[in-house]
Write a protein that binds this ligand. Structure first.
Ligand code: CTP
Length: 379
């Protein structure tokens, strides 16, 4: 559809950035970025009509457009910059090297390739900066030396891409990161953007390695002003964790003050709440003289699966929480408030107390069958 629209409008159109990188790596990506040498809005409008699905949003201010699809993927369209950057006098040179310029502004060589889609040039790779070579070599390389100074979040992006693909930072790029960090560039980054980058990492299977890189390069120390006892090694033991589990396990060695420190990030409300709850339960359980099923049940009923899982990854609590979960899985509680009333338990708080006792008896395997349960209640 893109090709048809590009040809009809007579625009040169390229797919650019992450999609091209992942296509060459043969890893699936969903979101598409188009750069159009022409009017981006006109292209997006025509493409939208051609596709006949999704929702089109035009951003007047930036000259960009987005089409969002029901499956939550999207495609972005940018007209070439000379169309909407109107500095008087700047036009002629910019016009000459529109695509080269657009690509030069990007972060890494592997993200700065474009693929022509017009029928005349279909599938031609535009690679001014050696992106294909770096993909083959497995290197993350900046395009120009000021890259990290201009946009310090690229320091975190470099780590994210490197660990995602098992790549190295090129020597110069690593030096660029170190120089930028020494110069204190992170101070220019807002909490929102820093948090955003951390959340993007938390979505990734190789998050623990990213976390370790952040520690090794001193990014976290620079950001939080102190060395925190992050627990990435344990997260690494299982790659199939959810974002919440990855986060909770990572902070499981933190004391309350250290936890407060990282909660200065603008995490989602839910993740913040879960973190506090997790630390609270962890502290309560640490303080118990013994982790009986009754104690565990009192603390863990109604607690999210993520928190329970994170508790299980805590070496101190692992055994107790695991056996508790096994006991809960065996539980076949048959009675409820109504049934207890029929059994003659008086209305009021007594019902709740009896229910608790029955539940505990099941957990402690003093009850095994519904007949035993009934007998227990009647007694
Ligand atoms: N980009 C950049 N500097 C940034 C953010 C983005 O140069 N700080 C450029 C890169 O060329 C990138 C493109 O914008 O390819 C799109 O950014 P984004 O969607 O964040 O990255 P993707 O490369 O698509 O990565 P991901 O696979 O993580 O979505």
């Amino acid at each position: 559809a893109g090709q048809k629209v590009a040809d009809t409008l007579g625009y040169s159109v390229f797919i650019i950035g992450g999609f091209v990188r992942d296509l060459l790596l043969l890893t699936p990506t969903q979101d598409l970025d188009f750069v159009v040498e022409g009017n981006g809005h006109a292209f997006a409008q025509a493409l939208f009509e051609e596709l006949g699905s999704g929702q089109l949003t035009l951003h007047e201010q930036f000259g960009t457009a987005r089409i969002e699809f029901p499956d939550e993927t999207h495609l972005d369209v940018a007209g070439t910059r000379w169309e909407y950057y109107e500095y008087p006098g700047a036009l002629p040179q910019v016009e000459e090297s529109r695509l080269r310029d657009d690509l030069f502004r990007r972060d890494f060589t592997i993200n700065a390739m474009a693929l022509a889609i017009n029928s005349e040039h279909y599938g031609e790779l535009v690679d001014f900066y050696g992106g294909l070579r770096d993909l083959k070599q497995g290197e993350i390389r900046f395009i120009h030396h000021l890259s990290f100074i201009e946009d310090p979040t690229r320091i975190l992006r470099a780590i994210r891409f490197a660990e995602r693909y098992g790549f190295q930072l090129s020597k110069e790029t690593l030096e660029g990161v170190e120089t930028a960090l020494k110069a204190g560039v992170l101070k220019k980054v807002s909490i929102e953007r820093f948090t955003q980058e951390i959340l993007l990492m938390l979505h990734e299977k190789h998050f623990p390695k990213m976390g370790e890189s952040l520690v090794e390069l001193g990014v976290f120390e620079e950001w939080f002003g102190e060395k925190l006892p992050w627990n990435f090694a344990r997260v690494a033991e299982n790659e199939n964790l959810t974002l919440e589990e990855r986060w909770l396990i990572s902070v499981s060695n933190f004391n309350f003050q250290e936890t407060e420190q990282v909660l200065g990030l603008k995490l989602t409300k839910e993740l913040r709440k879960e973190t506090l709850k997790f630390k609270e339960i962890q502290a309560i359980l640490y303080a118990q003289p013994s982790l009986s099923l009754a104690v565990l049940d009192q603390q863990l009923v109604g607690v999210s699966q993520e928190i329970r899982s994170a508790l299980k990854w805590d070496p101190v609590l692992n055994e107790a929480v695991s056996s508790y979960e096994e006991a809960v899985a065996q539980l076949k509680l048959g009675v409820n408030g109504k049934v207890l009333l029929q059994f003659g338990v008086p209305k009021g708080p007594e019902i709740g107390n009896v229910l608790k006792e029955v539940r505990l008896a099941w957990l402690e395997q003093r009850i095994h069958t519904s007949a035993e349960e009934k007998e227990f209640v009647l007694r």
